[in-house]
Design a protein around this ligand. Structure first.
Ligand SMILES: [Zn+2]
Length: 271
């Protein structure tokens, strides 16, 4: 699943390719938008909200008026490609869900989900449930910290992934944040003494990586190892050499189990 920083970069890439241009042809291969034609609409802006993508359009046709937003989510498999007109697609055509064409560009979304068209002033219906966005203009560290304490006994390792509490953290950052804060993934939120420091660490990590093409949490000193723990099961901890461990972490608050990586020596569970 993509992290907030990759959706942020995607939005920026789509924005520079499409913003200001009129759509010459559109195609929607999802039942809820079958037959929809947005040709003639102008792309105003492409923005990320947490891990959600919003393409804002200005309609200037007799049959549609005002500003519209195309909402989508990449989920696990979603990808976007940009092509020159007539260029052969790199992915199977039957996995395409949306095609947006301008005079100079063809943007194709493959296997995206939650595709919806709605008036821009109603975007809250699709992103209003999100907590403060780590990469958004509405970032509010105080609110995010308060949200994490809403369910005090919830493990921090699953709470960090709950986009309703704060938006943008995926599995890689979840693991890396916990390691850097020296916290066991199952530590209840209420037991974390410096929760506001953990929240600002999350903010700093995503901000640092939002302009990079390669995600790194270890810094240049460990440039051959971009991550402290993520995906490093059995390999020595870069700090203490203890083998990194992997657990399936879920909780009783609605989180589905996801693999979580941590160092059992650096990240002890306090009794
Ligand atoms: Zn360690």
């Amino acid at each position: 699943m993509p992290e907030g920083d990759s959706v942020y970069r995607l939005a920026r890439r789509l924005h520079s390719a499409l913003a200001g241009a009129d759509l010459t042809r559109t195609e929607f291969r999802v039942p809820q938008l079958a037959g929809t034609d947005l040709s003639g609409c102008r792309v105003i802006q492409v923005v990320a909200r947490g891990k959600h993508l919003l393409i804002r359009l200005k309609a200037d046709r007799p049959d549609i008026s005002g500003q519209l937003s195309l909402h989508s989510h990449l989920m696990m498999e979603g990808r976007w490609d940009l092509y020159a007109p007539g260029q052969r697609w790199k992915r199977p055509a039957h996995t395409a869900r949306m095609v947006l064409e301008t005079a100079t560009m063809v943007a194709v979304a493959f296997e995206i989900q939650q595709l919806r068209l709605l008036p821009t002033d109603q975007e809250h219906e699709v992103v209003g449930h999100l907590g403060p966005d780590l990469l958004g203009p509405d970032w509010d560290a105080h609110l995010a910290t308060g949200n994490l304490l809403r369910e005090p006994q919830r493990p921090l390792g699953t709470a960090l992934l709950d986009q309703r509490l704060l938006a943008g953290v995926g599995n890689i950052y979840r693991c890396e944040i916990l390691f850097l804060a020296r916290l066991h993934p199952e530590t209840p939120c209420a037991q974390v003494e410096n929760l506001d420091t953990v929240v600002s660490l999350a903010h700093r990590l995503l901000q640092l990586n939002k302009d990079r093409t390669r995600r790194v949490t270890t810094g240049l000193a460990h440039s051959r190892e971009p991550f402290w723990v993520y995906g490093r099961t059995g390999k020595p901890c870069l700090r203490c050499s203890t083998p990194i461990r992997q657990i399936a972490l879920g909780d009783d608050f609605g989180a589905t189990e996801r693999d979580c990586y941590y160092c059992p020596a650096c990240q002890k569970l306090e009794e």
